[in-house]
Design a protein around this ligand. Structure first.
Ligand SMILES: Cc1ncc(COP(=O)(O)O)c(C=O)c1O
Length: 391
């Protein structure tokens, strides 16, 4: 039977690679999963007060359909969080979604027409290009300098009459790069000049290590900024699926978008209601698990980066946020490309990582992504295996 060409082309390297791993596991080999950025699968657990808020909501029988735009108390709590980060936003500018993933889908569905182009710095989180392609558009990668600043000349040279939006992910997945205020300002200025939506994903806003994180709101003024954020990472609620879309209240250019995107929220009915009560508790309750998590992650990051840079054929930059490293590999004549490297590593050692080209071929190729969420003893074993494999 025919399936749509649209769906047939969808890719998500981070999970697609698991199919290989499962085949190997079926042969009895132990797999170390360093491919999915889910802290709750490791030793970071959902705080007790957030779990209790979910259970209490279920026990109060708040198990019905929520408002399509989201629970009013949650929209208000989101306004407080995002206003503090600098964005001009009211509850009417907030839509609660089943994860950032759904928010991204709705946003791109509302912006992308066939042949539209969406600019994104490479390498990027794969759903950005998958959704753009799904809606008939074309993802266009632009370059970052070695130090992580955007290459503005390259960006300008790639803007055409078909360009619709510029995506920013900060801190970034897969590189952990964090844009500073100046870079954000430059990107927003270019987008404003060319009437491009700015879609900014700040899901890792609380997981920044050495430098101060700056939110897009600080530089947005009246630019058409659509901010995506959620509860999966900092609040350890990956499995519960809760995120949101915030539209810059000061932007008149967003008026049509503001009117249209809630239609998509209504047609999918609502986000999960008990989880929205838990999200209110996450934003309003104690926050002390976050600095503890960041401290543990910093130690794991430092350990992994040190081990990687001591291996011949590997070069790894120090990520400034999130929980991924994205080392460069010398492929030489041994491996055809980064995917072959990742599969060979998996077959030989059982260590599952993700090939860099899955995060965009222009700037991701020749790299691989490692999730450094596991405790140090597991990371040590994985690094030992990788080192032996490279030798
Ligand atoms: C940059 C980025 N955005 C969005 C997501 C998905 O978020 P959610 O769990 O809220 O759908 C991820 C997950 O890894 C991510 O890295």
């Amino acid at each position: 039977m025919k399936v749509s060409d649209r769906t047939h082309g969808v890719e998500y390297a981070i999970r697609d690679i698991t199919a290989y791993a499962n085949r190997i596991r079926a042969q009895g080999k132990e797999i170390t999963y360093l491919n999915i950025g889910d802290p709750v699968k490791f030793d970071f657990k959902t705080p007790a007060h957030i779990k209790k808020a979910l259970i209490d909501a279920v026990n109060r029988d708040e198990n019905y359909y929520a408002d399509s735009e989201g629970l009013p108390e949650l929209r208000q709590a989101i306004v407080e969080k995002e206003s503090e980060k600098g964005l001009d936003v009211t509850p009417d500018d907030v839509l609660v979604t089943n994860g950032v993933s759904e928010g991204l889908d709705m946003t791109l569905a509302s912006i992308v027409d066939p042949n539209s182009e969406v600019l994104m710095p490479g390498p990027y989180y794969p759903p950005y290009s998958s959704y753009v392609k799904f809606y008939g558009g074309r993802p266009v990668e632009f370059r970052l300098h070695e130090d992580g600043r955007p290459d503005l000349e390259d960006l300008r040279s790639k803007i055409t009459s078909r360009s619709r939006a510029l995506c920013i992910i900060s801190p970034n997945n897969p590189t952990g790069e964090v844009f500073d205020r100046k870079s954000l300002q430059q990107l927003v200025d270019i987008a404003t000049e060319h009437d491009l939506y700015v879609i900014c994903d700040e899901i890792y806003d609380k997981i920044a290590f050495d430098s101060q994180f700056t939110g897009i709101g600080k530089v947005a003024k009246d630019a058409p900024v659509v901010l995506l954020n959620g509860f999966s990472k900092a609040y350890l609620m990956t499995g519960w699926r809760c995120g949101y879309v915030c539209m810059n209240s000061s932007s008149r250019k967003l008026d049509q978008f503001r009117e249209d995107v809630p239609k998509l929220a209504r047609v999918r009915i609502a986000a999960n209601l008990p989880v929205q009560h838990a999200a209110v508790a996450a934003l309003r309750g104690p926050q002390d698990h976050i600095p503890q998590m960041v401290d543990r992650l910093r130690r794991r990051r430092d350990y992994v980066v040190k081990r990687l840079n001591a291996m011949s054929g590997i070069q790894c930059r120090l990520p400034r946020g999130a929980f991924y490293v994205f080392p460069k590999i010398e492929l030489g004549s041994r491996w055809k490309d980064d995917k072959e490297f990742v599969i060979d590593l998996l077959n030989t050692t059982g260590v599952l990582t993700v090939h860099g080209s899955g995060f965009g071929s222009a700037y991701g190729s020749g790299h691989f992504r490692i999730v450094y969420l596991p405790p140090e003893d597991q990371l040590e074993k994985a690094m030992d295996r990788l080192e032996r494999f490279l030798r």
